[in-house]
Design a protein around this ligand. Structure first.
Ligand SMILES: Cc1cc2nc3c(=O)[nH]c(=O)nc-3n(C[C@H](O)[C@H](O)[C@H](O)COP(=O)(O)O)c2cc1C
Length: 192
């Protein structure tokens, strides 16, 4: 059984984290969730969900201040971590090895253990600090993956937009297969 860490921080787009948790459960992946203090604010404000919903959505819900939790240690094995969405503050902390809460500590551990780390970094426009931090995280092996919609997928509603990005995250985490979602087949479709 695969095991993935899913963090939600205080950038807009908490729905991405929720949807990723739901898709991972459909695929029988064990999930460990952690939500930053600001993440709880945006999660509640944008989706109406709180602690009870997260506790249902994840196999284990960790407290952001629980720096002694399993996911804070490299000896706890998992198959990757995604931060969805990832604020510029959390991005900066990861870029500089500042393990000030369980989200940033777990991300730092994921990088040091050379495991997959995906950041759905969300802000616009971007400052040089944001861009520099994205570069640093990329140089350390992380994957910076802003949640940008793909209109070639012809989304008809917000759920479809969110789903496309969430499915791409599962691709990055090795938790998908060819039939997981409608993939690009070339304009007009290709046979082969
Ligand atoms: C409604 C709302 C939306 C926000 N959206 C963003 C955002 O898209 N990107 C971002 O970097 N920060 C955003 N912020 C600011 C972060 O929440 C703030 O920087 C916070 O300190 C991040 O802490 P965290 O990374 O520990 O969650 C937003 C704040 C609020 C209240």
């Amino acid at each position: 059984m695969k095991r993935i860490v899913v963090a939600i921080t205080g950038a807009t787009g908490a729905i991405y984290g929720l949807r990723i948790l739901a898709l991972l459960r459909e695929r029988q992946v064990e999930t460990h969730a952690v939500v930053s203090r600001a993440g709880w604010l945006t999660l509640h404000d944008e989706t109406g969900n709180g602690r009870a919903a997260l506790a249902r959505a994840a196999d284990v819900l960790h407290e952001h201040q629980a720096i002694g939790a399993s996911i804070a240690s490299g000896s706890f094995r998992h198959d990757g971590m995604v931060i969805a969405p990832c604020s510029m503050k959390t991005l900066a902390a990861i870029a500089h090895g500042l393990d000030d809460n369980l989200v940033t500590r777990a991300a730092d551990v994921t990088l040091k253990e050379r495991r997959r780390l995906i950041l759905l970094a969300r802000e616009t426009p971007l400052t040089l600090a944001h861009l520099d931090n994205m570069t640093r995280v990329t140089q350390m092996g992380g994957v910076v993956m802003p949640p940008l919609p793909a209109f070639y997928a012809k989304p008809t509603d917000i759920a479809a937009l969110v789903d496309y990005t969430a499915q791409r995250v599962l691709d990055q985490l090795g938790c998908s297969d060819e039939a997981s979602y409608a993939r690009w087949r070339g304009i007009g479709g290709e046979r082969g």
